[in-house]
Design a protein around this ligand. Structure first.
Ligand SMILES: [Zn+2]
Length: 482
């Protein structure tokens, strides 16, 4: 109801970022050679140059292509068994193997600099060790490519630890296939999840073209989260008659790493009681599924976004005239800096909407979708986005350094919003939608209840104190800023 809807945009493509001006040069004359098919297969996967800049290497008909985060796919040509070159820009790639012959990283040579990118995902085409060839006729087929926009980072909510991430599937086989089973296990082979039938369907988006599997794994304790996740995908070809009699074939084995490191601890962006975490973290919320194509790649910036509305004693968000923004409890609440940071984007001057599902004061575009907003750079590739603020209410300007708890602006109903609320999320770039949403936790908050329409049962309604957690979808919480 309050979610930011999906917009398709075309942005100017960039080439690989370079410290100098990116001038495409032809460089020296290079000759392409042809390698055996198996040699190309060995390099397929994802390579991380930095946490938010990943190079995806894919198998194409005649060789390989590479695609960097937010950039178009580029064909690369082999000049030796391990060295490839680009023609679109003057850059080369060397794949590096360990003594066992496994590809561990690549080196990007560009503008006179060499940058290492470690392999974070390999899409092996070989059956896993110990698997007999007979168990999957033809072994593991490889025409299906699987990419992971961002590996999962564990976060805590409702007392448990969660991993939320997606697999993007693309079928390059001559016939269509139906995914029939998806199994996830830990690095030690311990099964974690198995989805088939309706369970699988519920986790798939866009089933006809390039399906996306939305995964959400829950663990009782942080220590139960494995360091790597192994995925086994099984499908059945749709070609020909009697397709249900066709054997299932294993189409992909995929291993991905779980991100480790310190979790992002923030103080809440609001204070007071009765705050409902609308469209908050869950595997089915509008934010979770808001896959947006922007800048040549698809992103879910809103993966862990929350639309904060404030409930009254009667369980409603408003009193009096429902068509007036002033009638809503959230309207005019102070949006607060969740940590020390620098203001790296501001937008003001967008009038507020009349509350209602379809009444927008301005046409909704990439420019106006978030309404009046502020983006705070929290450091280490984390950006906090505050959307839908009141026009003229911004208390900060571009470049301001702010301390945690500082008032940034007032909650309003501008942009793609149906009633006064604060849309808040954290992502990995200074871009509200062309970025990947990252999990965060609040130092503390109190859970008062759950769900739209929730009413306190009395003056001393019991509350549950939570520390270092994110409020989950539809939790009603009391937020305090230290
Ligand atoms: Zn939202």
């Amino acid at each position: 109801m309050l979610r930011i809807v999906v917009y398709l945009v075309t942005a100017a493509f960039l080439l690989f970022p370079s410290p100098q001006a990116a001038v495409a040069q032809t460089g020296q004359e290079r000759k392409a050679i042809k390698l055996d098919a198996g040699a190309y297969d060995a390099y397929v996967g994802q390579y991380e140059l930095s946490p938010d800049f990943v190079i995806t290497v894919r198998r194409e008909g005649n060789g390989l292509s590479i695609q960097a985060t937010g950039q178009p796919k580029i064909e690369v040509f082999a000049e030796s068994e391990t060295k490839f070159f680009l023609t679109a820009v003057d850059a080369q790639i060397t794949f590096v193997k360990n003594e066992k012959g496994e590809v561990t990283h690549l080196i990007l040579h560009q503008n006179g600099a060499d940058q290492n990118a470690k392999r974070i995902i390999s899409t092996s085409t070989a059956p896993p060790a110990g698997q007999s060839a007979g168990s999957t006729p033809g072994g593991v087929r490889s025409p299906v490519e699987v990419t992971v926009p961002i590996e999962p980072t564990p976060f805590k909510g409702d007392g448990k630890t969660h991993l939320a991430y997606e697999l993007h599937l693309a079928n390059f086989d001559s016939s269509a296939m139906t995914l029939t089973r998806l199994e996830v296990s830990g690095g030690d082979g311990k099964p974690l999840a198995k989805y088939e039938g309706e369970e699988l369907k519920a986790r798939l988006g866009r089933q006809s073209v390039q399906p996306v599997a939305y995964l959400w794994l829950t663990f009782d304790k942080p220590s139960a989260v494995p360091a790597v996740l192994h995925h086994s995908l099984t499908a059945r070809s749709n070609a020909g008659a009697g397709q249900n009699d066709r054997p299932e074939i294993k189409i992909k084995d995929l291993e991905i790493k779980v991100r480790t490191g310190k979790q992002l601890v923030l103080s809440p962006p609001l204070r007071g009681d009765g705050w409902l975490a609308g469209n908050g973290p869950s595997n089915t919320s509008g934010h979770r599924r808001a896959l947006i194509a922007a800048g040549g790649a698809e992103h879910i910036a809103q993966r862990f976004a929350i639309d904060w509305v404030q409930l009254r004693e009667d369980g409603k968000t408003w009193v009096g005239d429902q068509l007036k923004n002033e009638s809503y409890r959230a309207h005019g609440a102070e949006a607060l800096a969740v940590a020390d940071g620098t203001v790296v984007a501001v937008k003001d001057g967008i009038p507020e909407n009349i509350p209602g599902a379809t009444s927008r004061a301005v046409p909704i575009t990439m420019e106006t979708v978030g309404g009046n907003h502020v983006i705070l750079d929290l450091g280490q590739g984390r950006y906090a986005f505050y959307a839908h603020l009141q026009p003229g209410s911004l208390r900060v300007k571009l470049g301001d350094k702010v301390k945690r708890g500082r008032v940034l602006g007032l909650v309003g109903n501008s942009g793609n919003s149906t009633e006064p609320h604060l849309h808040f999320h954290v992502s990995n770039k200074n871009s509200p939608l062309s970025s990947e949403g990252l999990p965060y936790v609040f130092d503390s908050f109190e859970v008062q209840g759950k769900g739209w329409g929730w009413k306190p049962s009395g003056k001393d309604s019991p509350v549950e104190k939570r520390t270092l957690e994110i409020p989950m979808q539809d939790s009603v919480v009391r937020l305090a800023v230290p």
